[in-house]
Design a protein around this ligand. Structure first.
Ligand code: SF4
Length: 424
């Protein structure tokens, strides 16, 4: 099942790209594989460069959270608000490596909890971002928690062009929220949605299923509550137990029984049926949107196209090279404010692994692998590369295959992680 929570595609990229078997705490003790100064210029490209080389998207990571939820393994900093100001300075320094303003179509502020910043800090952050990405942009998204998003923040953000908010609702049931160690209450959701609507923003809701103790009835009720507030977009993630998290440790100690796999699968199928019946299109394994409200930014990841990345733990993919910033906030601040690059790892894939990665990412989308486009992007014929596999999945009813494209069926989406892993 999919990973939980915000900025899922970036996290996926990190997991695929990160060094296997290395714990979060160990990563930043490894030697820096680049000796660059932070002020090295981020390459620019001619207007004619294709989107898998020249970024038309940017991701900015804001790690601060009011509290560290038990299941979360993202690069987060809880109880470290005294570091917000230096962090904004460090981001400004990292952004200055662009040297000239860049034209992009989408900007995504993920976390962590970007809405944890106060109005003045958000204003400083957005002013800096719009200095480098003046626009016009098609989409600026911000992740928010229901208890830290209000009319004042929404109106300020909208004045900088933020037009989409992704709310980490996760559940409308206080028992599930407690199990996940989330701090907000279900009652916080409606005012947060109203604030976003009042500011003219699109609204996306994140929901988690497969929580220990969650029944199908309860999950159906969560979906119903979500639909009752008419979101434009819904992301549903099966709970995963990432090694080292509190929830993972509790499970290791036998403090609870995880949801049975069969139940989790039924919950996913129920989400697909319910959301589609309510007029949402499932345009990616975990994402559903009303027509025209698909996340443009996240589609960049699934197309395996280029994107800038800034902030602690942020991944970037520029000119065919993937980079990953250090995940430890203190190390990030020391490096960037000391004039060093925050990049921990840099890798330029050979053409075939890059093509396979593109296949795997494309398969997550409802439109799947579009053969002409894939060939133009990678130089490979998809059927020559993985034709035998595609035929096998088709024979098992997991894939629909024709001359133009290959797409996962509903059954295929239920085992998507395994299929995607086989493509790499
Ligand atoms: S609010 Fe989100 S990013 Fe922050 S700790 Fe909780 S799950 Fe992680």
């Amino acid at each position: 099942m999919a990973r939980t929570h915000h900025a899922d595609p970036v996290a996926d990229a990190r997991v695929r790209f990160g060094p296997a078997g290395i714990e979060v705490g160990e990563i930043d003790t490894l030697p820096n594989q680049r000796s660059h100064s932070v002020l090295d210029v981020i390459p620019s490209f001619p207007d004619s460069a294709p989107p898998w080389i020249a970024p038309r998207a940017a991701y900015v990571h804001i790690p601060f959270c009011a509290h560290h939820c038990g299941y979360c393994d993202f690069a987060v900093a809880a109880g470290q608000d005294h570091r917000i100001e230096p962090y904004l300075d460090a981001l400004a320094t990292e952004l200055a490596a662009l040297r000239t303003p860049r034209e992009i179509r989408t900007l995504f502020l993920g976390g962590g909890t970007p809405s944890h910043l106060d109005v003045r800090q958000l204003s400083q952050l957005m002013a800096e971002l719009r200095r480098w990405f003046p626009g016009p942009l098609d989409e600026i998204s911000l992740e928010a928690n229901p208890d830290s998003f209000n009319e004042e923040k929404a109106s300020l953000l909208a004045s900088f062009g933020v037009n989409r908010v992704s709310l980490g609702v996760q559940s409308f049931d206080p028992r599930m929220l407690r199990r996940l160690e989330r701090r907000h209450e279900p009652a916080h959701v409606e005012p947060a949605v109203a604030a976003a609507r009042h500011a003219g923003m699109q609204v996306s809701l994140d929901l988690i299923f497969g929580v220990p103790g969650q029944s199908m009835t309860q999950w159906a009720s969560d979906l119903k509550s979500a639909l009752a507030i008419s979101p434009d977009h819904v992301s549903t993630y099966g709970l995963t137990y990432e090694k080292g998290t509190q929830l993972w440790k509790q499970r290791q100690r036998g403090e609870f029984s995880p949801a049975p796999e069969e139940l989790e699968l039924q919950m996913y199928q129920h989400a697909m049926e319910t959301l589609e019946a309510a007029g949402f299109k499932q345009y990616e394994i975990s994402n559903f949107a009303r027509h025209g409200f698909e996340s443009r930014h996240n589609q960049v990841y699934w197309a395996n196209e280029a994107f800038y990345g800034f902030g602690v733990g942020a991944a970037a993919y520029v000119g065919g090279t993937r980079t990953l910033n250090v995940r430890n906030l203190e190390v990030y601040l020391q490096r960037v404010l000391g004039g060093e690059s925050p990049v921990f790892q840099s890798e330029t894939l050979e053409p075939e692994p890059r093509a396979r990665e593109t296949l795997a990412m494309n398969l997550r989308r409802a439109e799947g692998i579009v053969f002409d486009r894939f060939c133009e992007q990678t130089g490979f014929d998809a059927t020559a590369l993985v034709g035998t596999r595609l035929n096998r999945y088709t024979a098992h009813g997991l894939l629909e295959l024709d001359d133009r494209s290959a797409r996962l069926t509903r059954s295929g989406r239920c085992v998507a992680d395994a299929i995607v892993a086989e493509m790499l």
